[in-house]
Design a protein around this ligand. Structure first.
Ligand code: IMP
Ligand code: ZN
Length: 372
């Protein structure tokens, strides 16, 4: 008999400890926060509130519509204080879903009008991690150094006497496909500077029909030389020249991979590149006409390393618990299989061995409750 007692599947998926490897900060913002920010900017006359409400609340979105929406999100969230706020809220939301390890990615942004540099943007993100007070956050193991561009505040106190939820948070810095080679290099160097502040790798994301691979390659090569792990948004559109070039650099992970063809899958399998799978995102942006056509089942059957992820939980109104529920109910995985799937993502994190060991212990403890 399966474990988990009388728990319904959705409740069980919520209870399951989970590892989130593909979540964009600005795509994970609560609708209620976006509405509040839009109202505020509306009152200041910066935007017309009535024009943006229906955009924020709309559910079905094509891929081009998503990128238009990101421009709106960035308009709403572009100041240090708001970046700090959304970071704090996003972490609390993931922790509430029993995500025990979150690799949160975000694009460091420059905004002269707000006195924002890529570094000060990241400082605001780091302040947001430190501001979390409803759960314990393991964020920076060194805890002694300061972010160079400005003074850092002390670390949140870890280990309160009351047993609270705990979440490991690590950061990936994203290169946006709209950026220049110089801007991409700046992001990689910043990631290196912030290694003691929980930054564990680099991501390439943004509108997949914008930008040339050659523009980002020098920065990605530089990241490799520096020993920074890389994950790429790969094959979001059927650009096979780019997919092949991406696989040539042997990234540590890839995300989406919707339009890979057989030969490309063979290489991904041969190179053992873990794949971040975002079911709701892929369906909402119409990469597959039906969820049953999704490649998840093929990779799962082939025992290839996959991790279920949300991509943009705010934008797509999903949670990681929901992604597990969707996988279980669509592809017929039982609780034991779901548990192993969740636990196997530990191997694909960019965290150090000590954290991986701690995560394994968390899953071992949960196994008694959930599957035995
Ligand atoms: P941010 O990096 O925190 O600002 O998160 C939003 C950004 O993530 C967007 O502007 C895109 O560059 C990127 N992003 C979010 N979802 C996707 C996706 O599905 N494909 C490619 N890029 C994405
Ligand atoms: Zn993404």
């Amino acid at each position: 008999m399966e474990g988990g007692g009388d728990m319904g599947l959705m409740e069980w998926c919520r209870e399951l400890p989970k590892i989130e490897l593909h979540a964009h900060l600005n795509g994970s913002v609560r609708d209620s926060t976006l509405l509040e920010l839009a109202k505020d900017l509306g009152e200041k006359g910066v935007i017309a509130f009535e024009d943006v409400v229906h955009v924020i609340m709309k559910n079905g979105r094509s891929l081009p519509e998503c990128f238009k929406l990101f421009d709106l999100y960035h308009l709403l969230t572009t100041d240090h204080q708001t970046v700090t706020r959304i970071t704090k809220e996003v972490i609390e939301d993931f922790a509430a879903e029993n995500v025990v390890y979150l690799e949160l990615r975000t694009t460091p942004k420059k905004n002269e009008a707000k006195g924002m540099t890529k570094c000060s943007y990241m400082k605001a993100v780091i302040d947001g991690i430190r501001a979390v007070d409803t759960v314990d956050v393991d964020f920076d193991t060194s805890g002694t150094s300061n972010v160079n561009c400005s003074e850092a505040t002390p670390l949140n106190c870890i280990g309160s006497p009351i047993k609270r939820k705990k979440i490991y948070v690590r950061l990936l810095l994203s290169i946006d496909r709209r950026e220049t080679t110089a801007a991409a290099l700046e992001t990689v160097n910043l990631a290196m500077d912030l290694k003691n502040f929980g930054v564990v790798g680099i991501d390439l994301s943004g509108n997949p029909v914008i930008g040339e691979w050659q523009t980002f390659l020098p920065a990605l090569k530089h990241a490799k030389e520096l020993g920074l792990p890389i994950t790429l948004h790969c094959g979001e559109v059927p650009n096979h020249k780019e997919i092949q070039a991406m696989l040539d650099i042997c990234p540590q992970r890839i995300g989406h991979a919707c339009f890979l063809v057989e030969e490309e899958w063979k290489r991904v399998k041969f190179l053992k590149i873990p794949v971040e799978i975002c079911l709701t995102s892929n369906i909402r942006t119409e990469r597959f006409s039906s969820i049953y056509d999704h490649f998840f089942a093929d990779l799962y059957k082939a025992k290839h390393q996959v991790a279920l992820c949300t991509d943009d939980s705010g934008l797509f109104s999903t949670t990681l618990s929901n992604e597990f529920y969707l996988a279980a109910s669509t592809f017929g995985l039982n609780k034991d299989e779901m548990f192993l799937l969740a636990r196997s993502a530990i191997q694909s994190t960019f965290a150090d061995d000590e954290v991986k060991h701690e995560l394994t212990k968390i899953f071992d403890d949960a196994a008694n409750r959930l599957i035995i």
